[in-house]
Write a protein that binds this ligand. Structure first.
Ligand code: GRF
Length: 226
């Protein structure tokens, strides 16, 4: 059967910008998934506020475009975020993936990227917003922990959740062991959600998460026995 040239051509991979401040293990997991063709995306820019971030050099070793935008002396949050936004828009990125980006973003930045901005947080949101999540889970004696991928809104760590990785907390767990096991799960769920977004299956409109045309009333859950 004759097929038109355009339908034979694979769809262009969706351009992504990834923002990091640290080791970049989630960035690398997403890049692996892109390179293996598991998700229809490509990373067009890796940005960091920390020029020494290990993730930035790891990204450069893989041939990705990298850019360090450290805070200049006396620069306001909104001026820095303006520079960030200009670099993102110039890169042609359609979606922006926060992967361990440790600065709080201004409302103007978040609003400019509404529906195009994802984050991963190392807890089962809405539990344990903010820092030191593994310690707080142990202190609270909780039996489950995990990570959440969510759309970013001006409500810090409070945007609509999409997918959560859930792991059991073991009696001998420490902050370090929890951090390691949670991160292993992050490396599975973050590429999954980025893939949904890049392939047009996922959107956020009016604060509602839509997956495959259906409203998600709460996060999807994936359980891991790691
Ligand atoms: C991850 O644990 C993520 O949950 C949090 O920051 C960490 C980033 O790790 N937002 P990496 O830089 O991707 O290794």
């Amino acid at each position: 059967m004759a097929t038109s040239a355009s339908s034979e051509r694979a769809a262009e991979p969706c351009p992504l910008a990834v923002l990091i401040s640290g080791g970049g293990s989630n960035l690398l997991a997403i890049e692996d998934a892109c390179r293996r063709g598991q998700i229809p995306a490509r990373i067009v820019l890796v940005l960091s506020d920390k020029p020494q971030a290990t993730g930035l050099s790891r990204a450069a070793e893989r041939g990705l475009n990298t850019l360090a935008l450290p805070i200049e002396s006396g620069e306001s949050r909104s001026d820095h975020d303006d520079r960030l936004l200009r670099a993102i828009e110039a890169s042609g990125a359609r979606f922006v993936i926060l992967a361990g980006y440790m600065r709080i973003l201004s409302a103007a930045f978040v609003e400019a990227l509404a529906g195009r901005l994802l984050n991963i947080h190392p807890s089962l949101l809405p539990r344990h917003k903010g820092l030191h999540t593994h310690r707080r889970v142990l202190e609270a004696g909780e039996v489950e922990h995990g990570a959440t991928v969510h759309f970013v809104t001006v409500d810090l760590d409070g945007g609509p959740p999409i997918l959560q990785a859930v792991i059991p907390v073991r009696p001998d767990d420490t902050e370090a062991s929890l951090a390691m096991r949670v991160q292993r799960c992050e490396h599975v769920i973050y590429p999954t959600v980025v893939g949904w977004l890049a392939s047009g299956r996922l959107a956020c409109t009016g604060g509602q998460v839509i997956l495959d045309g259906n409203r998600l009333p709460c996060a999807q859950v994936q359980r891991f026995e790691v």
